[in-house]
Design a protein around this ligand. Structure first.
Ligand SMILES: Nc1ncnc2c1ncn2[C@@H]1O[C@H](COP(=O)(O)OP(=O)(O)O)[C@@H](O)[C@H]1O
Ligand SMILES: [Mg+2]
Length: 357
């Protein structure tokens, strides 16, 4: 149980939206989390204060933030400035001083990457999820892979590239040769610091590698290139700081070549199977490796750990960790906990509690 002084409810600051490509998903996630923290089981335990960060990075609270939640979409930017209660980053809402525990529901850069965690740390109040290091390592695929490698976690073959080097013809030729000889075709080219499959290319030939590198370079200086494997995609949810618990395993299946942006968000082309139809042995292995992965990159509190399973070869590879997984009605994280015995109401309460462990 949370220690609440004078039996008063704990004031929880939920921060959502964010200056990131995943802004709209964040709003959808925040609606579900806040509704669950305000439901009949939690209403006497928590007082939720909502903070909306718009796409330009400005903070809003009070009626504006509540309106965004109510609509489930960004507020009407055509509103005149005196109609709205403007709060910029230079004039952070006074309400931040009242907050006793922070809960970030921000996906992608400027929220999942250690930036907001640094701010929470400076307020001196506990927060849900990983700290600065775990968040930053969980966001950057190059750094994450290096840390996984040090921890001995199995990963598909990969190499790194940097956008700055692509304009140098010699370096580019060497890089493409390295990709072709070390990884072969097809291969995946990914900007290191994005999510939701944004900016990723699956390349089947030399010209697609060049195009993929150019696309990724527009979004990030840091680029990862990976050997493509034919694999099932399995995911495990983790929860808790003092002691990290793992959920049952879920599987994502889709009707496209790979799990790209359209497939992720179009609804009909993908489905989730929980629990994943896999052996008990494989499930235990995934849970064990999820904990190793969290430790390797200093992730705690909340995360979803994603794996590739090459069934024919019986090979399991770690793909990535998401340190602030989605909470939309179709999101794997809350579904995995529901199937593991924690409904959404219990899950969000448990997450808030975990902040002060
Ligand atoms: N090495 C790979 N082999 C096969 N499929 C891959 C590989 N890397 C990525 N993919 C496909 O691309 C999707 C997105 O890649 P991922 O690294 O998870 O990026 P994001 O962080 O955007 O989710 C994966 O879910 C998978 O379908
Ligand atoms: Mg992914």
């Amino acid at each position: 149980m949370i220690s609440v002084m004078n039996k008063e409810s704990l004031i929880v600051g939920i921060v959502f939206g964010g200056a990131s490509g995943e802004h709209d998903v964040s709003i959808k996630s925040a609606v579900n989390v806040i509704n669950a923290l305000r439901d009949k089981n939690n209403i006497n335990r928590f007082k939720v204060v909502s903070f909306y960060i718009d796409k330009q990075g400005q903070w809003w609270t009070g009626s504006i933030a509540e309106e965004v939640l109510h609509k489930g979409a960004s507020f009407n930017e055509s509103k005149s400035i005196d109609q709205i209660n403007f709060k910029g980053l230079d004039t952070l809402p006074q309400e931040i001083k009242k907050i006793q525990t922070w809960f970030p529901i921000l996906h992608g850069p400027n929220g999942e990457d250690g930036t907001i965690q640094g701010f929470f740390k400076l307020t001196g109040k506990p927060f849900v999820g990983s700290g600065i290091l775990g968040s930053a390592l969980g966001m950057d695929k190059i750094a994450m892979k290096a840390a996984f490698h040090s921890a001995g976690l199995p990963q598909v073959k990969y190499c790194n590239a940097f956008a700055n080097d692509l304009s140098d013809k010699k370096k580019l030729t060497l890089l493409v040769q390295q990709i072709e000889s070390k990884l072969g075709y097809p291969c995946f080219i990914k900007p290191a610091n994005l999510g939701s499959s944004v900016g990723i290319t699956k390349a089947y030939n030399n010209s697609q590698i060049l195009e993929g590198l150019r696309n990724a370079a527009k979004l990030d200086n840091r680029i990862v290139i990976e050997k493509s494997i034919q694999a099932r995609e399995l995911e495990c949810a983790v929860l808790g700081k003092k002691e990290i618990s793992t959920s049952c395993i879920g599987e994502v299946r889709y009707n496209s070549d790979w799990y790209d942006y359209e497939t992720k968000y179009s609804g009909e082309s993908s489905r989730v199977i929980i629990p994943a139809p896999i052996s008990n042995k494989l499930s235990q292995e995934i849970r064990k490796l999820s904990l190793v992965a969290c430790k390797a990159i200093s992730v705690e509190g909340i995360a979803r750990v994603d794996f590739f399973y090459e069934e024919k070869k019986n090979c399991l590879w770690i793909n990535e960790i998401n340190t602030i997984p989605g909470f939309t009605s179709k999101s794997m994280y809350p579904m995995l906990w529901e199937a593991s015995g924690l409904n959404l109401s219990q899950l969000v309460a448990r997450l808030v509690e975990s902040a002060s462990e």
